[in-house]
Ligand binder design. Structure first.
Ligand SMILES: Cc1ncc(C[n+]2csc(CCOP(=O)(O)OP(=O)(O)O)c2C)c(N)n1
Ligand SMILES: [Mg+2]
Length: 243
């Protein structure tokens, strides 16, 4: 069988102009191609949302599951077809809100899948509602005077497992993003890659950005300012002590 380009050539994404997902999609397409991931050996599973649409734009087999349920579906595929590469790509509302419990259990079980989360800090597709990742104080369509709660920090959940692969990366640093994903794909066991991203339409406008470029630059600055939720890092450990 002739291997086609990993991205479908005849399908146009539904994403808004300036959406961070265009950068993520193209970086992932490059890494998948470099790593020999193709339509024959890879399945991409996603939940629901703008980020989750990505599974439909790759030429691989894929499943667009119900909201929050991508991880258990991915695990099930891995169990019956262990020879395939199983990758979850979805949004933060999907993976870290409605489906967060699955992330905890899949990582503690060390399921041999890779999970990539597009962290745009809101429920983008449905109009920019506060999500579990929205920073405290941030104005959103459902919190016009500011979000009350603290945002979720996934790092302790993942690195709390003795064997772990955790990366926090950003669409504003392509080299770091590609390294983080490459490491996760080659990890034997559960790997999690969180990608700091932007939604200019439903979050950027609430933040007062005039255009996507302004939001991208501000996000790049955030990754350089020392706030732990925006720190780019790759943290892994496979030294398993015997009992
Ligand atoms: C069970 C269920 N609840 C709510 C919805 C409505 N819904 C569709 S997309 C979405 C937001 C997804 O947000 P996120 O995962 O962050 O993706 P984004 O659009 O931000 O990329 C919601 C709440 C749904 N489809 N199913
Ligand atoms: Mg989101």
């Amino acid at each position: 069988m002739k291997i086609e380009p990993i991205l479908k050539q005849n399908v146009k994404p539904i994403w808004c102009d300036g959406c961070g997902l265009y950068i993520l999609e193209s970086a992932l397409a490059q890494v998948f191609t470099e790593q020999g991931y193709n339509q024959k050996n890879t399945v991409i599973v996603s939940g629901i949302g703008c980020s989750a649409r990505i599974s439909g734009y790759f030429g691989c087999d894929g499943i667009h599951t119900t909201h929050g349920r991508a991880i258990p579906v991915a695990e099930a595929i891995k169990i019956v077809r262990p020879e395939l590469n199983i990758i979850v790509i979805s949004g933060d509302g999907d993976l870290l809100g409605i489906g967060l419990n699955h992330l905890l259990h899949s990582s503690r079980r060390d399921s041999n899948i890779t999970v990539i989360c597009n962290r745009n800090e809101i429920y983008g597709m449905t109009g920019g509602q506060t999500a579990s990742t929205t920073p405290k104080g941030a104005k959103t369509s459902t919190a016009p005077i500011g979000t009350y709660d603290n945002p979720v920090d996934t790092k302790p959940y993942i690195v709390g497992n003795e064997k772990h692969y955790y990366a926090r990366t950003s669409i504003t640093d392509l080299n770091h993003l590609k390294n983080a994903v490459t490491g996760g794909l080659n990890w034997n066991g559960f790997s999690y890659i969180e990608v700091i991203s932007i939604c200019p339409t439903n979050r950027g406008k609430m933040m007062g950005f005039a255009n996507p470029a302004q939001m991208l630059m501000a996000t790049k600055n955030l990754t350089q300012e020392g706030n732990k939720l925006y720190q780019l890092e790759i943290d892994y450990n496979d030294n398993i002590k015997t009992q």
